[in-house]
Design a protein. Structure first.
Length: 296
C-alpha cells in the first residue's frame, strides 16, 4: 500500500473510532433511529443538487444507501443505546474485517496468506475476550445488533467492488439519499411522534455538534477515503485496517466519557493490534492485488 494511502487509512480509522463516543453524546438527546435519519439527510442534502450522480446503475446506489444507513449505522446506534459501551461497539463492528475477507475469497478470488489467517485468529481471541470480560455492560441484543451491523458493512464493501464506481464522494452523497425515508418511517413506527417532538423541545448544542461530526467527518470524508482504498486495493488488504478503529474508539471513550480500561480489556487490545501487524506485514506476499473489477 502506498504511503499516502496508508496515512489516509490511519486518519479515516481515527475519525471513525472517535465517532463512537461522539455518537454516544448525540444519543443522549436524540432517538437512535432519528439521529441516523438526520445524519444521512444532511449527508445527501443539499449536496445531490451540486454533485453529479456517478455513472453507475441506480440499484448500486440504493443497495449501498440502505445497507450503509439502515442495516449498518442504525443498528450501531441501537446497540449503543441498548447498553453496549462505545469502545466495545467499536470492537464488535470489526468483525466486518473477517466477513469482508471471506467475501474477498468467495467472490473476488483473493488469497489469504498464513499471516492473515493467523491475524484473524488473534483478532477473534481479542474480540471474544473483551466481550466476555464485560458481560454486565451491554445486553445480548445489543451485541447481536452490532454483529449484524458488522456483517452489513462487509456487504457494503462488496457493493463497492461490484459497482466499479470511481467517483467515491458522489457515490456516498447519492447513496445517502436512500436511507432517510426508511429511517424516518421506522422511527415513527417504533415511537410515534415523541422523538420528533423531543428534538424540537429539547435542543442541545452537544447533540448538534455530534451530528455534524457524524455527517461531515465520519460520513463524507471517511467513506470517501475508505471507498477509495477499496477501489485501489483488494478487500482482504483494506479490511484489516479497520481493526485500528477500536483502538481510537477506546481512547476517545476514555477521554470523553471517562471509560476505564481494566487488565482483560488491555490484553484484548494488544491481541487486536497484534492481529493487525501480523495480518498486514505477513500478508503482503500472500495476497495479489486485484483489479477494480475483482479479477486477479
Amino acid at each position: 500500500m502506498q504511503k499516502k494511502h496508508l496515512i489516509l487509512a490511519v486518519l479515516v480509522t481515527a475519525i471513525w473510532g472517535l465517532n463512537f463516543p461522539i455518537t454516544k453524546l448525540g444519543l443522549a438527546a436524540i432517538d437512535p433511529l432519528l439521529l441516523t435519519a438526520l445524519r444521512f439527510t444532511l449527508a445527501a442534502l443539499p449536496w445531490v443538487f451540486f454533485v453529479k450522480r456517478p455513472p453507475i446503475d441506480i440499484k448500486w446506489l440504493a443497495a449501498y444507501g440502505l445497507i450503509f444507513g439502515v442495516a449498518m449505522w442504525a443498528l450501531i446506534n441501537l446497540g449503543i443505546e441498548a447498553g453496549v459501551p462505545p469502545g466495545t461497539a467499536a470492537l464488535l463492528i470489526q468483525f466486518s474485517a473477517f466477513f469482508t475477507m471471506g467475501w474477498g475469497v468467495l467472490l473476488f478470488r483473493e488469497h489469504l496468506s498464513l499471516g492473515q489467517m493467523l491475524g484473524i485468529g488473534l483478532a477473534v481471541l481479542g474480540l471474544a475476550s473483551i466481550i466476555l470480560a464485560s458481560p454486565g455492560h451491554g445486553t445480548t441484543v445489543g451485541y447481536g445488533l452490532l454483529l449484524v451491523s458488522a456483517f452489513s458493512w462487509s456487504v457494503g464493501n462488496v457493493i463497492i467492488k461490484q459497482s466499479k464506481v470511481r467517483e467515491m464522494f458522489a457515490f456516498v452523497v447519492w447513496a445517502s439519499l436512500f436511507a432517510p425515508i426508511p429511517l424516518l418511517l421506522l422511527t415513527w413506527l417504533a415511537h410515534g411522534s415523541a422523538p420528533f417532538t423531543a428534538l424540537l423541545t429539547h435542543f442541545e448544542w452537544v447533540a448538534l455538534l455530534s451530528l455534524l461530526f457524524q455527517v461531515y467527518a465520519a460520513t463524507h470524508f471517511c467513506y470517501w477515503g475508505w471507498n477509495l482504498l477499496l477501489r485501489e486495493y483488494p478487500v482482504s488488504r483494506v479490511a484489516p485496517l479497520s481493526l485500528l478503529i477500536p483502538v481510537f474508539g477506546i481512547a476517545g471513550s476514555m477521554l470523553m466519557l471517562g471509560h476505564q480500561i481494566d487488565f482483560n480489556e488491555g490484553v484484548s487490545i494488544v491481541l487486536i493490534l497484534s492481529s493487525l501487524a501480523v495480518g498486514l506485514i505477513k500478508g503482503r506476499r500472500g495476497v495479489r492485488l486485484a483489479r477494480p473489477d475483482g479479477a486477479v
